[in-house]
Design a protein around this ligand. Structure first.
Ligand code: CS2
Ligand code: MG
Length: 401
């Protein structure tokens, strides 16, 4: 079998997605997600200009060799743009291989280790009362695990609570600026979880994302403050690249820690996993270099009792979610899968075999990873430049968003 063509499809059914479609001379094709929120065209150009010309004529069955060719062969290694590009190719190649074997991808990985995949979703509000209500609505939808994010009185909308977070060019023609205050946040958030436990008891898994904004000692204090509420995890407490910073957090709190959505290689999380400074690794198929690379990270994490928790917000396409779910079904150290949902147009542009039911997901048993792209529909949603927001402290200091 030979690769005869590779299409890079950029479409924006509500937000921008970059999709790789690899076509072979035997009529099989595979698709992969290569979306990097706010830098989509950088990845599309990397693929079109630097990757596609090298792969025409290659045997798509040689997934590992192609992964090494794109990783080592670039000389300039790692980084989000490079690894998203490699991921798009890699996911598409695994899709082709599983289709050729006429089996769902999880069977190629080693078969199912569970019947279904526990997932968590997002709930937020402008304040504690609104957030408590939002969590209740998600619980009624069947979710057993819910991430709760609240606005902070005295601050404009902050991460995870700004409903105007649309992806239209008008809304995001330039990065939106948000205001942050660690002091106001640290004083307010513990009360949110006290109210949530009062309202919903101890069974419901509650998660929270600090989105890289604390220093290690602040993260240690927040972890201790939240211990009575037994969170499922506290995510991204400190800037993820400061791996050593997690040693201090770990010394002071038993609140489980999750990190890794911004990581794009095993080297980014080696110390965190080896020293068991975290409980969940958040790397995901698109940003970490595809199925080939994510499987390596999952295997490495399993040696140290660190569980998987693939990032799965709306800016990873339904293709990435599909690839994640096959790994989630197989991984012996599976933890949880994020699923913040998609809009109807996104479901239509990316028809998928994966399904949600009763707080869980399943990848389905369609040969391949079970997700496709409707190119005719995709063409109706042209790219719109859009950015992630930036955050500033109240004195104007540029901060972590
Ligand atoms: C968040 C993400 O889901 C999460 O854990 O951190 O939604 C993140 O803000 C976006 O993926 C950034 O593009
Ligand atoms: Mg996060």
């Amino acid at each position: 079998m030979k690769i005869t063509d590779i299409k890079i499809i950029v479409t924006a059914p509500g937000r921008n997605f970059v999709t790789v479609k690899i076509i072979t001379d035997e009529g099989l094709y595979g698709v992969g997600d290569a979306t990097l929120n706010g830098r989509e065209l950088a990845v599309a150009a990397y693929l079109t200009e630097h990757v596609v010309p090298c792969l025409i004529g290659h045997d798509p069955a040689r997934i590992e060799d192609i992964w090494q060719y794109l990783y080592k062969g670039a000389y300039w290694r790692r980084g989000p743009v490079t690894m998203c590009a490699i991921a798009g190719i890699d996911m598409a190649l695994w899709d082709i291989k599983a289709k050729a074997a006429n089996m769902p991808l999880y069977q190629l990985l080693g078969g199912a280790s569970r019947e279904r995949v526990l997932c968590y979703t997002h709930a937020s509000g402008a304040d504690i009362a609104e957030t408590v209500e939002a969590v209740g609505r998600r619980q009624e939808e069947g979710y057993l695990a819910i991430r709760a994010q609240t606005g902070i009185p005295g601050l404009p909308p902050i991460y995870g609570t700004d409903k105007s977070n649309t992806n239209s060019a008008a809304a995001d023609a330039l990065p939106r600026e948000e205001v942050w205050s660690t002091a106001k946040y640290m004083n307010y958030v513990p009360a949110l979880f006290e109210e949530l436990r009062k309202a919903y008891g101890t069974e419901l898994h509650l998660l929270h994302d600090t989105h890289h904004r604390l220093t290690p000692i602040e993260a240690a204090r927040l972890g201790k403050d939240l211990e009575p509420y037994r969170l499922f995890w506290l995510e991204d407490t400190v800037a993820a690249e400061h791996q050593e910073g997690f040693r201090l957090v770990r010394q002071h709190t038993t609140t489980p820690l999750a990190v890794g959505e911004v990581f794009n290689s095993i080297w980014d999380c080696r110390l965190l996993i080896e020293e068991q400074l975290i409980d969940y690794i958040r790397t995901t198929a698109v940003h970490a270099g595809g199925v080939t690379a994510l499987r390596r990270i999952m295997d490495f994490a399993s040696v140290y009792n660190v569980r998987t928790a693939c990032h799965g917000a709306m800016d990873m396409s339904p293709i990435c979610l599909g690839a994640n779910l096959h790994l989630d079904l197989w991984a012996p150290n599976f933890g949880i899968q994020e699923y913040s949902g998609y809009t109807e147009p996104m479901h239509e542009v990316f028809p998928h075999a994966w399904r949600f039911a009763d707080g869980h997901l399943h990848p389905g048993d369609t040969p391949g990873h079970g997700v496709d792209i409707d190119e005719t529909l995709a063409a109706k949603y042209p790219y719109e430049r859009a950015y992630l927001p930036v955050a500033r402290l109240e004195d104007g200091t540029l901060w972590h968003w």
